[in-house]
Design a protein around this ligand. Structure first.
Ligand SMILES: O=C(O)C1=C[C@@H](OP(=O)(O)O)[C@@H](O)[C@H](O)C1
Ligand SMILES: C=C(OP(=O)(O)O)C(=O)O
Length: 463
């Protein structure tokens, strides 16, 4: 048992993005079948972190075994928690108690994962230990000052590269201070980092978010026994208050399927005529569901069945039928936090729809695993679609038929760019090539097998 966990973690080698793994996606006939969405990435990270802090043994069912999450598991081990996977796929975490993290002996390599890096920086900031964080070429480009600034206010000290980028070192405070903080950007990662640091601070810490973002941290903190108050204010903002220094008690977590991953088979099924695909166990948290709301507005045939609740999160099965014409819509900026990772795949649907799809408020897309706004606009144009890219907007002029395709897309260490264009290749006249499919394993290791099982024609080539 222990050996298997060790070998899973050992495979998360840091800078090993060579050789590239090219992928070709060809036009498919109808996609058919029923699949289960892989575990939610956001919830999986948080389950390992809170399990690692709680007293007792936490059992996690359905943990996403993607690279990002495995790197978090490995880091929690370095902080002194025991993390192991049973033969039946259930993960067991024995925590160290709030305030009990040990100083990691090595640099923590968070790979491609913004969530892993930023949330763990929060945990580290609340403990009187020094941690060193790095990541792959993508993560080392991403802004960290948004997290280091509030954590420094709480008493942590950072040494960072220019612009607050990784690699960085953080020394946490032995007497962390509670703060009241208004988020300058709508970011669940920044909110969560502050809440995790606040676990060791006395008194109450409040984070005000101008627009509500995914609330998995709040839900899971409560699930482990912390007191979290949420106040929705008249101006649309939300104040989240954590009562510091709780005792977190181990809990059982059943991780729902990731709506951000389910988005790929769902849009593929919508676009390929004659398709009928059921995607089971999809998380339906309203703060994650903006893509499906948008697709329904576009005229998509998606039925939500079997609504239920798992570990404090709403879950549904999706039944998606393809071939119905989609219409372009305007997606308001206010919806962005609830579908922030889904714009690349929405843009693929928009390129096949009739009329213009206008997407606003996309500034954050520029600082994800890649500049997703630029990558989507360039890639769609290379495939023959008509697009307009603004500083924080994307307009796709849909032609009521798929773009011709035939391009090679640079995935740029970005899993969602790779998967989005692989889906477009299922309907474009000419195949679409992706230069490197390897980043897909960060969030959806079974993507190619699942899609081909439904009838897609995706081939992984030797480099
Ligand atoms: O908190 C999380 O789990 C996440 C928050 C979002 O990032 P931001 O907080 O940067 O918006 C999202 O893009 C990311 O994939 C996961
Ligand atoms: C932005 C993403 O993740 P992260 O920020 O954790 O790298 C994502 O999964 O699309």
């Amino acid at each position: 048992m222990v050996d298997e966990t060790a070998s899973l973690f050992a495979r998360q080698a840091p800078f090993r993005r060579f050789p590239l793994q090219p992928l070709t996606s060809r036009r498919a006939t109808a996609l058919k079948g029923a699949v289960t969405a892989p575990g939610d990435k956001s919830i999986s990270h948080r389950a390992l972190m809170l399990g690692g802090l709680a007293i007792g043994e936490t059992a996690i069912h359905g943990l996403l075994e993607g690279e990002d999450v495995l790197n978090t598991g490995k880091a929690m081990q370095a902080y002194g928690a025991s993390v192991r996977r049973d033969d039946d796929g259930v993960w067991h975490v024995n925590g160290v108690g709030v305030g009990g993290l040990a100083e990691p002996a090595e640099v923590l390599d968070m790979g491609n994962s913004g969530t892993g890096a930023r949330l763990l920086m929060g945990l580290a900031a609340g403990h009187p230990i020094t941690s060193f964080f790095t990541g792959d070429a993508s993560l080392r480009r991403r802004p960290m000052a948004r997290v280091t600034r509030p954590l420094a206010e709480m008493g942590a000290r950072f040494v960072t590269r220019e612009g607050g980028r990784l690699p960085l070192a953080v020394t946490g405070s032995s007497t962390p201070m509670p703060i009241d903080y208004v988020l300058p950007v709508a970011s669940a990662q920044v909110k969560s980092a502050i809440l995790l640091a606040a676990l060791t601070a006395p008194g109450e810490t409040t984070v005000v978010e101008p627009q509500p973002t995914r609330d998995h941290s709040e839900r899971m903190l409560r699930h482990f026994g912390a007191t979290v108050r949420v106040e929705d204010r008249a101006d649309g903002s939300r104040a989240v208050t954590l009562v510091g220094q709780p005792e977190l008690i181990a809990a059982t977590v059943r991780v729902p399927g990731d709506p951000s991953s389910a988005a790929f088979p769902a849009v593929a099924a919508l676009l390929v005529p004659g398709s009928e695909v059921t995607i089971r166990n999809v998380g339906a948290n309203p703060l994650r569901f903006g893509l499906f709301e948008t697709l329904l507005e576009m005229g998509a045939d998606i039925a939500l069945e079997n609504r239920r609740e798992e570990a404090g999160e709403p879950v549904v099965d999706l039944v998606v039928r393809g071939g119905k014409p989609l219409r372009g819509v305007t997606v308001p900026a206010a919806r962005a936090p609830s579908m922030i990772d889904e714009y690349p795949i929405l843009a693929m649907a928009a390129a096949c729809a009739e009329g213009d799809t206008v997407m606003e408020g996309l500034a954050e897309l520029r600082v994800k695993e890649s500049d997703r706004l630029g990558a989507v606009a360039r890639g769609l144009a290379a495939c023959g679609a008509i697009v307009e890219e603004g500083p924080e907007t994307l307009i796709v002029h849909g032609q009521a038929k798929p773009p011709v395709g035939g391009a090679t897309i640079a995935s740029g260490l970005d899993h969602r760019i790779a998967m989005a264009f692989a889906v477009l290749g299922m309907v474009s006249e000419q195949p679409i090539h992706i230069d490197d499919a390897e980043p897909i394993a960060t969030s959806f290791p079974g993507f190619v097998a699942m899609m081909n099982g439904l009838g897609a024609q995706i081939a992984l080539a030797a480099a």
